[in-house]
Design a protein around this ligand. Structure first.
Ligand SMILES: [Zn+2]
Length: 323
């Protein structure tokens, strides 16, 4: 098994959110629950093996804020005398590469970790980051989901709870404000969008915002219906992101090219709206899910967004589920 590199894993930025799509691509068809379960378990192993050897690329932004690319979701870092503040944790097995990338940013210890939502590819590194001193902060649903077995139907997969040290200890319902390293850090919950635990993290003075998995830059998004996500919520969160930013704002997406802007965000939002309309029209005509996929309602956007493991067929199925 280890001699065969799954095609999904050859893509940089492969993320666990994409396992359903990868399973679909690998078999050329939709899996039975039993097959999907076996496939997903295999992919978790492969994904960890891949993350273990993936390089971390650091992008320096402004006001001592950087973003690390290469371990699950995009990880933002604020440095300064109060210690390093991380937005998302990446995958646990990337610890050596992330440790080196963080050391290159300065000698300060890691003191805070903020989770943007509960998914594996944003929280798997929680336990080791806590073990080196990070206090973990999140929306209260993130703590809830990380504390118990979570079932994600679209993967037919059960996630176990994280070890105690990986569970957030400081949680909030809607909003929370921190002041660290001279920077105000505003945490704000979205209405349910990608999940019902998503938050934005805004660095006010720097005019930088990490928008979690409400924005996938240049790739079709995963939508987690198992924990409150929906296509309507994804569109509403995109509108909220557009309203909260200007053309000067640096926008960090959960996945995809990690340094983004309002123009790319608008393109993503317009794609979501157009695909929702097309899929809703087909469903209203009485077409089945497979007939809707066969009609290729995403065709106009596939060249721009369709090259990831959330392929056009998988994304169409996710939208179909929610219209
Ligand atoms: Zn996610």
């Amino acid at each position: 098994m280890s001699s065969i590199l799954h095609p999904a894993l050859s893509r940089r930025g492969f993320c666990f959110c994409c396992v359903g799509g990868a399973a679909y691509a690998a078999t050329g068809g939709w899996l039975t629950p039993r097959e999907a379960f076996a496939e997903a378990r295999g992919l978790v192993t492969l994904f960890k093996e891949s993350a273990a050897v993936s390089p971390i690329v650091t992008h320096k932004l402004r006001n001592n804020i950087s973003v690390l690319e290469g371990s699950g979701g995009n990880v933002a870092v604020l440095t300064g005398p109060d210690g390093k503040v991380l937005i998302d944790a990446g995958i646990g097995v990337s610890r050596p590469q992330i440790t080196r990338a963080l050391a290159d940013l300065g000698p300060e210890p890691i003191t805070h970790l903020i989770n943007t939502h509960w998914h594996f590819d944003h929280t798997d590194g929680n336990p080791w980051l806590n073990s080196v001193g990070a206090k973990i902060i999140a929306q209260e649903n993130t703590r809830k989901y990380l504390s118990e077995v979570q079932r994600v139907e679209d993967w037919d997969y059960n996630f176990l709870a994280l070890p105690a040290g990986g569970i957030p200890t400081e949680v909030f319902a809607d909003e929370h404000r921190l002041k660290l390293n001279g920077s105000s850090i505003d945490l704000k919950r979205y209405a349910p969008a990608h999940t019902d635990s998503d938050i934005s993290v805004t660095f006010g003075e720097a005019d930088i915002v990490h928008v979690a998995d409400t924005f996938w830059n240049g790739v079709y998004p995963f939508i987690d219906y198992s924990t409150g996500g929906s296509i309507a919520g994804m569109i509403a969160s995109s509108d909220a992101n557009l309203a909260a930013t200007t053309d000067k704002t640096i926008i960090i997406p959960g996945h995809g090219k990690p340094v983004s802007n309002r123009a790319e965000l608008r393109e993503f939002r317009d794609m979501l709206v157009a695909v929702r309309e097309s899929v809703a029209a087909l469903k209203k005509q009485g077409r089945s899910r497979d007939e809707t996929v066969a009609a290729k309602p995403t065709a106009a956007f596939d060249a721009r967004f369709g090259a990831s493991v959330i392929d056009p067929g998988f994304f169409t199925r996710l939208v179909y589920e929610g219209v």
